[in-house]
Ligand binder design. Structure first.
Ligand SMILES: Nc1ncnc2c1ncn2[C@@H]1O[C@H](COP(=O)(O)OP(=O)(O)OP(=O)(O)O)[C@@H](O)[C@H]1O
Ligand SMILES: C[C@H](N)[C@H](N)CCCCCC(=O)O
Ligand SMILES: [Mg+2]
Length: 237
């Protein structure tokens, strides 16, 4: 459905690694924007890892989206082996192309107020012979939200990623602390360290949940704080 002729905005969701909660946070963001009467659609440009014939990231993002969009726009590249995308693409005899991804995203921006784009693995995962996730993020041009999987080692990964995101010329609009290790020692001190050093808003802290309810967890995300951060940066442009 045409989005009243306006082009939707977007956020690029990256993480400190694979398996840290990018999909969970993307789903929660889709629900959070939907609850504010925004239309919102998820995008997984490059999905790798097919389980029982399904690309779960794509299925979960489709289910959390408030508008229906063609699968080829939501997920331009689906590669079955659960390995690095450039290797999977090479094995499949294809090249992941940024123009293809940008065109698909452009079509989604016509359909929704917000496009929540989930990256693949961590920020610098290679996508083809010359480009990686940072090139995709730069090509899309959206502010970045960093998902930090809270576990020992996350400080280094989070601060490295923040440095590279900013070095790519993109805004780090905010970060989400995702408690993937319920046994993490000094959890509060690690959160405080990243609040002091990431220099962007903490959008929310998601607890470890045995039974995940993305809609419930969306209530823990401070979307207003995220939007203030994004607008402030836009004003500086
Ligand atoms: N807060 C949490 N509590 C419990 N389980 C979680 C939490 N966050 C993530 N998980 C689980 O950890 C796994 C990885 O989460 P998710 O798929 O969102 O990570 P990802 O960063 O999107 O991974 P990928 O790099 O494969 O896309 C999933 O099984 C998910 O259900
Ligand atoms: C298959 C997995 N769940 C992710 N979708 C892809 C992770 C690629 C990681 C590449 C790397 O950093 O070594
Ligand atoms: Mg994912």
């Amino acid at each position: 459905m045409a989005n009243r002729g306006k082009m939707g905005k977007g956020y690029f969701i990256t993480g400190t690694s694979t398996g840290v909660g990018k999909t969970l946070v993307s789903r929660a963001l889709l629900h959070a924007f939907g609850a504010r009467n925004n239309t919102a659609v998820g995008m997984k440009p490059v999905a790798v890892g097919c389980e029982n014939g399904q690309y779960m990231d794509v299925e979960l993002l489709l289910a959390a989206s408030t508008v229906i969009a063609p699968r080829e726009q939501v997920n331009p590249y689906a590669l079955a082996p659960p390995i690095a995308p450039h290797i999977a693409a090479g094995q499949a005899g294809i090249t992941i192309d940024m123009t293809t991804i940008c065109k698909a995203c452009f079509e989604l921006q016509k359909k929704a107020d917000l496009v929540i784009v989930e990256g693949t693995g961590g920020f610098l995962v290679p996508l083809n012979e010359y480009q990686d996730g940072s090139d995709m993020a730069r090509a899309l041009g959206f502010p970045v939200i960093l998902v930090v999987g809270m576990q020992l080692g996350c400080l280094n990964h989070a601060l490295l990623t923040a440095k590279v995101v900013r070095g790519t010329g993109l805004q780090l609009a905010g970060w989400v602390a995702n408690r993937i290790d319920p046994q993490m020692i000094a959890f509060d001190e690690n959160i405080l360290t990243l609040k002091q050093r990431l220099n962007c808003p903490l959008v929310g802290v998601l607890p470890f949940e045995q039974n995940i309810d993305a809609k419930k967890l969306s209530l823990l995300l401070d979307i207003a704080k995220l939007e203030r951060s994004t607008h402030m940066n836009a004003d500086r442009m």
